[in-house]
Structure formats: structure tokens, C-alpha cells
Design a protein around this ligand. Structure first.
Ligand code: T6T
Length: 326
């Protein structure tokens, strides 16, 4: 009997040592700070949540910035860093330059950074610079997307005529590269003329007002590129209100339900869908691998693809997965 009691006690002791050991292996805790409250980042959050759950990573999702820009995003980032329990922050820097010192300071506090969707500096974190500290940029090849949008829009307007771009900010890597790509893409077409670029600061109302003003000033515009969700939604509303649906072709970026519905109605002619859930999932996965076995991320860059919705494929069952969630 005494032997039984003794071995039971030993067993209890061993199991408590083992569970203490497990508790000592701290769970990783990642945080997500979006660029702004919009369906693109809501969809990214879904991908992040799914992968974090799969890998057993604790997750903190910050409050969503109500408007685009460092003034709103920086205090949120600083509050997340000040918690003191975060191993890695996944964030979309709202400015290529303004966010460098902010993220550097957070990194120097011992928090790793992955930039998702947008990057700091020129996005090449492999070369020596004051912005080489993030583990990676994970996001779309926006320049390539811009080139392909230009080619498709060029075909839609018969490779000639005036085109216009409505975009958000000049210092945001994603939209800046889309504009660069678009300009490069239309260079191949000598009869296409870019007659203007407006910056709406990520306000749909402003995008709509700017587009209307531009159409009034240049009534012979035949094609417009709206470089993100708010730009594109403002653009097509302006074109609808001006009674120019069909006459002015619209290439839009970001697959919101609103833009997909507009495509179905013929109010928009092209929608580029990024893969936000995949971007988010990859950020968690690579961050996890980094902490678990110090696997560096090749070239500090992971670039998932994108898809195009057109009126031909918009109802295809396999395309529906690319529409962003609300
Ligand atoms: O287009 C996305 C994102 O890729 C960009 O960086 C900012 O705008 C969106 O969030 C759409 O609103």
C-alpha cells in the first residue's frame, strides 16, 4: 500500500514538473495593426486569425484606424508596443518615410516587425539602410498589377484617347507603385494620353468630387484607373452621376462587393482582386517559423498574386472566393 501511495506521489510530482515545463515555453503573441478600417484589411484579419489559430499563436488585433495616415496609425502602434507582451507586429505602414522612425523605435524595444500590404523606404529590406529591420514585406506586386491594369484598360478603349488616374496619397508604397506601373504600361501606346492624377487622401467623397471635376474639365476622357477601393468607388459613382457609364471605361483595384456589383451592372469594367487573407496568413506563418526555428524569410519578401474580375468571369463560382469580406 505504501509503495502504491509513493508511486502515485512520484507520478504527481513528475506531471507537475512536466506541466511547469510546458508553461515555461511561452506562447507567441502577434499583433495586427491595419492601415485603415476597410474590407481589404477586414479580409486580411480573417486570414491572420485562421493561421494564428492553426499554429497556436495568441493574437491581438488593434482598434482599426478610422482614417488613413500616420497621425491616426502611430498612436495605435505605440499603444500596442507599450503593452509589453507582443513578440511581433504585422502592420501596413501608412507612409513610406514617416513610419521608419516609429517602427524602428518599436523594433528596438525588442518587437519584430513584418510589414503587410505596404512597405517602408523602397521595400528592399535586404540592403543596408535605416529601414532594413523588418523581417519582411508581404504583399502584392503593385507595380506589376498597375502594368497589367494599363494593358487591359488600353484594350478596352481601343488603344487611344485620354485617361485619368484617381489615387490616394503620393507617399504610400502600394498605390504609388500601382500608379508607376500604370504609367509604364500605357507608355507602349502612343495614342493614349494621361491627362491627370488626383490624390483623394483615401476619401471616397473626395475621389468622387475630383473625378466629376476632371470629367467636366476634360469631357473627352475615355478611361479611368481608380487605384484602390475608395478611389475606385468614388470614380464609378462620379461616372454614373455624370451619365457616362459605358462611354468612360473604368479599371478598378480591390474586390469589394460594391465594385463587383458595379461590374455586374456594367458601371465598372475591370476589378483587380488582391489576396488579403493570404497575405495575412503568410505573415503569421513566416513570423511563426522565424521564432520557432529562426528561419529567415527569403529576400525578406513574400509576394502572393492577384486576380482580375471581368464581366466574362464575374459569375464564375471559383471567382467568388476573391471577393473581400465586409
Ligand atoms: O488597396 C488597399 C491596400 O492595398 C492599400 O494599401 C490601401 O487601400 C486599400 O486598403 C483599399 O482601401
Amino acid at each position: 500500500m505504501r509503495r502504491v501511495i509513493l508511486s502515485l506521489l512520484c507520478g504527481l510530482l513528475v506531471s507537475s514538473v512536466v506541466s511547469d515545463g510546458l508553461a515555461a515555453e511561452k506562447k507567441l503573441k502577434f499583433a495586427f495593426v491595419a492601415g485603415v478600417a476597410d474590407p481589404f484589411y477586414f479580409t486580411m484579419e480573417k486570414g491572420i486569425r485562421k493561421k494564428a489559430q492553426e499554429l497556436g499563436v495568441d493574437l491581438v488585433v488593434s482598434e482599426y484606424p478610422k482614417a488613413w495616415g500616420p497621425e491616426v496609425q502611430v498612436p495605435i502602434l505605440e499603444a500596442i508596443a507599450a503593452r509589453g507582451d507582443i513578440d511581433l507586429i504585422m502592420t501596413a505602414p501608412t507612409s513610406t518615410e514617416a513610419l521608419i522612425p516609429v517602427l524602428k523605435k518599436i523594433h528596438d524595444q525588442g518587437i519584430e516587425i513584418i510589414t503587410v500590404d505596404t512597405f517602408i523606404g523602397d521595400g528592399d529590406y535586404t540592403k543596408e539602410s535605416n529601414y532594413s529591420f523588418p523581417l519582411a514585406y508581404i504583399g502584392t506586386d503593385n507595380k506589376l498589377g498597375g502594368i497589367q491594369v494599363a494593358e487591359r484598360l488600353a484594350k478596352m478603349i481601343g488603344e487611344k484617347g485620354k485617361v485619368y488616374i484617381n489615387t490616394t496619397n503620393p507617399d504610400v508604397s502600394s498605390v504609388r507603385d500601382r500608379v508607376e506601373g500604370f504609367k509604364e504600361g500605357i507608355k507602349k501606346y502612343p495614342n493614349i494620353e494621361l491627362v491627370g492624377i488626383d490624390y483623394n487622401l483615401d476619401s471616397q467623397e473626395k475621389a468622387q468630387a475630383q473625378t466629376l471635376a476632371k470629367l467636366q474639365a476634360s469631357p473627352d476622357i475615355v478611361g479611368i484607373f481608380g487605384t484602390n477601393l475608395f478611389s475606385a468607388q468614388g470614380v464609378y459613382q462620379a461616372v454614373v452621376n455624370a451619365g457616362l457609364t459605358g462611354t468612360v471605361k473604368i479599371a478598378s483595384w480591390d474586390a469589394t462587393q460594391d465594385l463587383i456589383n458595379a461590374l455586374k451592372k456594367g458601371q465598372v469594367d475591370l476589378v483587380l482582386a488582391q489576396l488579403p487573407a493570404e497575405i495575412g496568413g503568410l505573415a503569421v506563418e513566416w513570423g511563426y517559423k522565424y521564432f520557432k526555428d529562426k528561419t529567415p524569410i527569403p529576400n525578406k519578401r513574400v509576394v502572393p498574386g492577384f486576380q482580375f474580375f471581368t464581366k466574362e468571369n464575374v459569375n464564375d463560382p471559383e471567382m467568388q472566393q476573391y471577393i473581400y469580406s465586409k
